[in-house]
Design a protein around this ligand. Structure first.
Ligand code: SF4
Length: 367
């Protein structure tokens, strides 16, 4: 059977699940890292621990390092340039990367102190941190989260940490979408591993984390972002830079041709209140009747509800939506999300259904 375009592993054990995911995805057969310089680019936008929803879980990066070292010697550097106003060194420290680097004997590179190369992307030229371009293999390890201006930040937008601060300011002046799409033409990403254990519902800075319990692997950042958008109840066409990057690469963002493989099932059980931000808890209290729902399913429902609420579609909705494993086999009136509520009068199949699908189901069959 052919290797998948995207691989998904559910769960919150970053180290163990990343290694399993990369093994099942066949990363070692697809990339040659023997003796290579391997750059790992997490999202350390600011000094904030991963469970707040803004930064990459160091356990996932540890999983990548252990996986690579298991196959071959490689010169590994973790690299980042935090956003304007944050010190990368502090982010390395707070997010656990100083300890990580020491434990595995890998380098940390603050891209804010790096040399610069100027390269063209489309009609414009861009300044890129030289250390990124010196790598033989670049592994992009973004967080799955919302962005206040671009709606989504995942693989493509994570490359913004590979440019100097002056260029970051310029990207904002230019409206972000065009220059972010151009970066995809300039910086070659070889592998993407998305930290979707905690996503953030509203903002790239974290603060409204939602436990999503999944890690995603892919070779093509446009395909990865197209899948990520759907997990956040967005259509890829809603995200300007994704639409542009897809057009430049000729990638079909509908994923209809893509081979997406889930390597396990989302069988964990969490309290809906546990692990929830205030905003997620409010949505949960008001609209959800959950019993032993998996985080992956629950997180998708929260994203769908948040998107509907933002559009005003929930203004007159006062029913409850049912979700969770304890509803298995129960015949009940009302809307049920996921295969566990298959016997409900209105049901959306899937284990878990995507946030986009949940949003359509609620819009068409429930509201
Ligand atoms: S359908 Fe049921 S088992 Fe599947 S993810 Fe949802 S709650 Fe979990």
């Amino acid at each position: 059977m052919s290797k998948p375009d995207l691989g998904i592993m559910y769960g919150d054990e970053g180290l163990k699940n990343t290694k399993k995911l990369l093994h099942k995805f066949g990363a070692a057969e697809r990339l040659v890292w023997s003796g290579a310089r391997v750059g790992i680019k997490p999202n350390l936008v600011l000094p904030s621990p991963a469970e707040k929803g803004a930064t990459t879980d160091p356990e996932i990066v540890a999983g990548i390092i252990e996986y690579i070292k298991n196959y071959s010697p490689a010169e590994i550097t973790i690299m980042e340039g935090s956003w304007v106003g944050s010190e990368t060194e502090q982010a390395f420290q707070t997010c656990g990367y100083v300890d990580l680097a020491e434990k595995y004997g890998v380098k940390l590179k603050n891209l804010k102190n790096d040399g610069i190369q100027t390269l063209s992307g489309g009609k414009d030229v861009y300044k890129i941190c030289a250390g990124v371009l010196e790598q033989d293999i670049l592994i992009n390890v973004p967080v799955l989260k919302a962005h206040c201006q671009t709606k989504l930040t995942c693989a493509l937008k994570n490359l913004k940490g590979c440019i100097p601060d002056s260029e970051k300011r310029r990207f904002h002046r230019e409206g972000l979408h065009r220059p972010i799409a151009a970066l995809d033409q300039i910086i070659q990403t070889d592998l993407v591993v998305v930290d979707g254990i905690y996503g953030d519902l509203t903002f790239e800075e974290g603060g409204n984390p939602v436990k999503m319990n999944r890690i995603i692997a892919g070779l093509d950042p446009v395909l990865v972002d197209s899948y990520a958008a759907r997990l956040m109840a967005l259509e890829p066409g809603d995200v300007g830079y994704l639409k542009r990057a897809a057009a430049k690469r000729g990638v079909d963002t509908s994923l209809s041709e893509a081979h997406v493989q889930e390597f396990n099932t989302p069988v964990d059980q969490v309290s809906l209140r546990e692990n929830s931000s205030r905003l997620a808890a409010e949505l949960s209290d008001k609209y959800i009747n959950g019993k032993a729902a998996c985080s992956a399913c629950y997180g998708n429902l929260i994203y769908a509800l948040y998107r509907l609420k933002s559009n005003g579609a929930l203004n007159s909705f006062s029913d409850k939506i049912y979700i969770g494993q304890d509803y298995r086999g129960q015949k009940m009136e009302g809307p049920g999300i996921g295969s566990c509520t298959a016997e409900f009068s209105r049901n959306l199949e899937g284990c878990p259904p995507e946030a986009c699908e949940i949003m359509e189901f609620l819009k068409n069959d429930v509201l």
